[in-house]
Design a protein around this ligand. Structure first.
Ligand code: NAD
Length: 257
């Protein structure tokens, strides 16, 4: 699964799944561009560590994925973009009647619209290079739903739909577009949901993990960021050249239920 000589841009990759994806893609030999909206020494240090660990070029570029122009500027600044991983995402849990409009708009912008902007900016580069991969990190919530996550569910279903449309637009070219749908992965995004859930159900942390979160995931285990990264590296590889317009679930059986 060598990606030697390719350059991958991974949005929202200073933590969690995005960072795991960047590391696995670098392990396969690709140069990587990390991103988030912050511009801290520790963000740039993540790129330096990847460069050292895997002997590839690695850079961190600050860009806010809630802003369409910054999404497009990220792809321009990256130079080459052979593999685009649309991973940036946020979550908010609240009944739809009281769901704050600004939270709804931010979730749709970061989780869905950013993939529109980056993909539109990256496809001409992939066409010029004669090879490309667009890999969207959707969710089990792109295929199923949960109450109180309406914006997230809407955005992730949108990403799955956009994935299929882009796959058809590029079907006759050496470019593929797929979505990866994780179930629960214990990242900062999921950690942030634990305190409220503990309060809501009057449960301890371990009980919330076991009885609320992993209850939904038949394997009863979290997927790891390395497993997500490995799946993305596979979709980026030549072995996956005929896989396009589909979703790969990494959810311990969630969507089989
Ligand atoms: P995370 O919070 O660790 O990562 C989210 C990343 O997005 C971070 O790097 C963050 O800095 C970045 N980000 C947030 N707002 C941004 C903005 N405005 N501009 C640029 N970057 C921004 O959470 P994660 O779980 O690793 O999430 C990564 C992706 O995986 C998300 O799209 C999420 O919806 C999806 N996902 C996660 C799970 C899970 O269980 N963790 C399940 C299904 C899908």
């Amino acid at each position: 699964m060598s990606l030697k000589g390719k350059t991958a841009v991974i949005t929202g990759s200073n933590s969690g799944i995005g960072l795991g994806v960047a590391r696995e893609i670098a392990r396969a030999g690709a140069h990587v561009v990390l991103n988030s909206f912050t511009n801290r020494d520790e963000d740039h240090a993540l790129a330096e560590t990847i460069a050292k660990d895997f002997g590839v070029e690695a850079r961190y570029i600050q860009a806010d994925m809630s802003d369409g122009e910054q999404c497009r500027a990220l792809i321009e600044q990256a130079g080459s973009c052979d593999v685009l991983v649309n991973n940036a995402g946020i979550q908010h849990v609240e009944p739809i009647e009281s769901f704050p409009v600004e939270k709804w708009n931010a979730i749709i912008a970061i989780n869905m619209n950013s993939a529109f902007h980056t993909t539109a900016a990256a496809l001409p580069k992939m066409r010029a290079a004669g090879w490309g991969r667009v890999i969207n990190i959707a969710s089990a919530h792109g295929l199923t739903a949960s109450p109180y996550k309406s914006a997230y569910v809407a955005a992730k279903h949108g990403v799955v739909g956009m994935t299929k449309a882009v796959a058809l637009e590029t079907a006759e070219e050496p470019i593929t577009c797929n979505a990866v749908c994780p179930g629960y992965v214990l990242t900062p995004l999921v950690e942030a949901q634990i305190p409220d859930t503990m309060e809501k159900y009057n449960m301890g942390r371990e009980e919330v993990i076991k009885k609320v979160m992993l209850e939904r995931q038949p394997s009863r285990e979290f997927a790891t960021v390395e497993q997500l990264g490995g799946t993305v590296a596979f979709l980026a590889s030549d072995a996956a050249a005929q896989i396009t317009g589909t979703t790969i679930s990494v959810d311990g059986g969630w969507t089989a239920l």
